[in-house]
Design a protein around this ligand. Sequence first.
Ligand code: E4P
Length: 218
Amino acid sequence: MKFFIDTADVNEIREAKRLHFLDGVTTNPTLIAKVKKPFWDVVKSILAEVPDKPVSLEVASTDAEGMIKEGEKLAELGKNVVIKIPMTPEGLKAVSYFESKGIKTNVTLIFSPAQALLAMKVGASYISPFVGRLDDISHAGMDLIRQIKQIKDNYNFKSEIIVASVRNPVHVIESAMIGADIATIPYSVIAQLTKHPLTDIGLERFLKDWESVPEKPF
Ligand code: E4P
């Protein structure tokens, strides 16, 4: 499974790169707003940090024509730019336009298997079902991923499933067990994934015992 980071904060991207398992970046208008810097500065600094991995940048228009104009500008920033488009009928028109031009798209705000099926059918390179936001309203978010995975496998759709709105390590592990292609993970959850209390306790004991080893080599 590929690991994307869900952030517009370039420092978090740098930190994730140091862990050597970063496969891409996803952003959205909320994440960009959090950085409190001009839009073009933010996206250019992200792309400078990740010039060779997919970076999803979201359009803000709601009509296909506007999405296409914005997406074309974003696509000029680099071959690795993926145009993130909301799951609406207008969005699907824009997805089909970009994919026919060889520009990759990521259909976002997917909350049902029907939406995922349509996005895959129009040829989106990536689809982003949001698990955390479904959990928030007492729907089992990971059930949606199971349904989408089965639909994808039934028809051999090429779209990659990005598990989005990831809130905890359990979401990541379940994504891997289901066979999702990608999880896009906030930095805080990436940090949690590396930890286990028994690792800390075990390391502390090893270091303490190491002190009593005679003629240590290092
Ligand atoms: C997906 O690409 C979105 O950026 C993201 O995962 C949304 O997550 P949230 O529900 O935590 O805002």
